[in-house]
Each structure stands twice: as C-alpha cells, then as structure tokens.
Design a protein around this ligand. Structure first.
Ligand code: TMP
Length: 238
C-alpha cells in the first residue's frame, strides 16, 4: 500500500494507481465529513464497513445488468475498479423529500413523492456542489447532453433496483447520490454506493441508517453502519 501512487484524495476515499493499465484502487478512509467538510471526524471502522457495503451493492447491480466500475475487493479497505474519467456532475435521485430539497423548497421532511426525482449537482468543493440543470452542465462543458440523459436514465434504473433491495431489508430509500465516468464512449456507474451518500430510513420507526446520524448528531455512526451491515449480510438481528 505505502509504495502506491496516490492520484487523488477525496473526503472519504483515496484513489491510487491500479496494478494494471486502466485500473485504479479505491481506498476507503474512516473520515466522515458533512456540510462540505465544515464538520469532520474520524469514525473508526467506517471505511471497512463502506467498502463491504459498496462491494455488495455494486455486485448486485452488475447481476441486474447494470455496468459499474467495480472489479473486485482487494482488502478490508481497498477495491480494484476500472479507471474512468469522472464526469463532474453528481446525480441525486429522491423518492421522499428530505435534506437540501426539503430545505430549498420548504417541504416537510418525509413527504413522499409521486415519482422519483432526478437532480444534478456540479461536483465542486470550491463552489459547494451547486444544484445545476442539464442546460447549464452542457453549456459549461461539464458533460454532453447525451451523457446527462444516459446518467439520468441509469440513475432511475439503479433507483428501482435499490428501492427493492433496501425494502427487502425493511428500509425505505429516501435519496442517494451517484457519480458516473466515461469509458470508451459509454457512461459507467462509478464511485461508491454507501450510507455516506444515501438516506436510508427504517420502515415503521424512521430510524436513520445513514450519515445523517453524523450530520445531525443522532448517535454513533459506526454502530449505525454496523447494524446496517448486519442487516445486509444477515448477521444477528441488526
Ligand atoms: P442533499 O439532500 O443534501 O442534497 O443530499 C441528497 C443525497 O445525496 C443524500 O443521500 C446524501 C447525498 N450526498 C452526497 O453523497 N454527497 C454530498 O456532497 C451531498 C451534499 C449529498
């Protein structure tokens, strides 16, 4: 690990050059941040839990016919992925109003949506990931029009799959964020799918199984992710 070349360090992961051309290694850190890193902490064990959770979900998505960058998990904190050119537009899918959407439009948290909503955000720490439109993303050169269409379409397919996946575990998928990359003229699902970038509410109780526990100081984040991991992998009662 130590002799690897770090290509990029993000808030929750480090990206290293991979062993073969066209591959990268994603290393999951224990760092948790919120509000564009105005709040941060080290959450012991988070990286390991997220690595396992994201591996599991990416493998299930691949079985469902969705192409992702995931190749294999290498260790407790590392996974081998295909190297893509990340498109700097984050795709958020919402099924229930919460978070920035509820705040922005004055809607009560927990208000269901008749249909899933796709929102686009420009991936820029400096600008605090501003909401954007397809028109703006195309005009400012962040993505091609067909790429935005492909990302939005894939995000809705992933949403259908993930809603059923979480629902089987007694959890409502409120919203989540995806990132995509370019690979040989295609748009491919990248990054991670974890409770860091999803809102997951236990059906019936409303218990949060996601990073809002950290954002809002609702409890112990490692315990929360451990319980979620147990639910996914069927260990104990979770
Ligand atoms: P939001 O309600 O704050 O816009 O977040 C929507 C979803 O996107 C939520 O599940 C958390 C996730 N998200 C990220 O993964 N990274 C981010 O930087 C932000 C702001 C949200």
């Amino acid at each position: 690990m130590s002799e690897r070349t770090a290509l990029y360090e993000g808030k929750a992961k480090i990206i290293y050059a991979g062993p073969q051309d066209g591959t990268l290694i994603q290393y999951f850190k224990d760092d948790a941040t919120a509000f564009n890193a105005q709040k941060k902490d080290v959450i012991t064990g988070k990286g390991v839990l997220n690595n396992h959770i994201s591996e599991h979900i990416m493998l299930r998505l691949a079985e469902a016919g969705i192409t992702t960058h995931f190749i294999e998990r290498l260790s407790e904190r590392e996974q081998l992925v295909r190297a893509l050119e990340i498109i700097p537009v984050e795709v958020v899918v919402r099924n229930i109003a919460a978070g920035s959407y509820a705040r922005r439009y004055g809607i009560e948290d927990g208000t269901p949506m008749e249909e899933p909503l796709v929102e686009l955000f420009y991936k820029s720490d400096e600008l605090n990931d501003p909401l954007c439109t397809e028109e703006i993303a195309v005009r400012l050169g962040w993505a091609k029009r067909w790429e935005i269409a492909a990302m939005s379409e894939q995000a809705l397919v992933v949403n259908d799959y993930l809603r059923a996946f979480w629902s089987d575990l007694g959890i409502d998928l409120v919203d989540f964020k995806l990132e995509f990359g370019r690979d040989d003229g295609r748009v491919v699902l990248a990054d991670e799918i974890t409770p860091d970038g999803s809102r997951l509410w236990e059906r019936g109780t409303g218990r949060h199984f996601d990073k809002d526990v950290f954002r809002k100081d609702l409890g112990d984040l490692t315990e929360t992710y451990r319980a979620l991991h147990a639910r996914i992998f069927g260990e104990g009662s979770g």
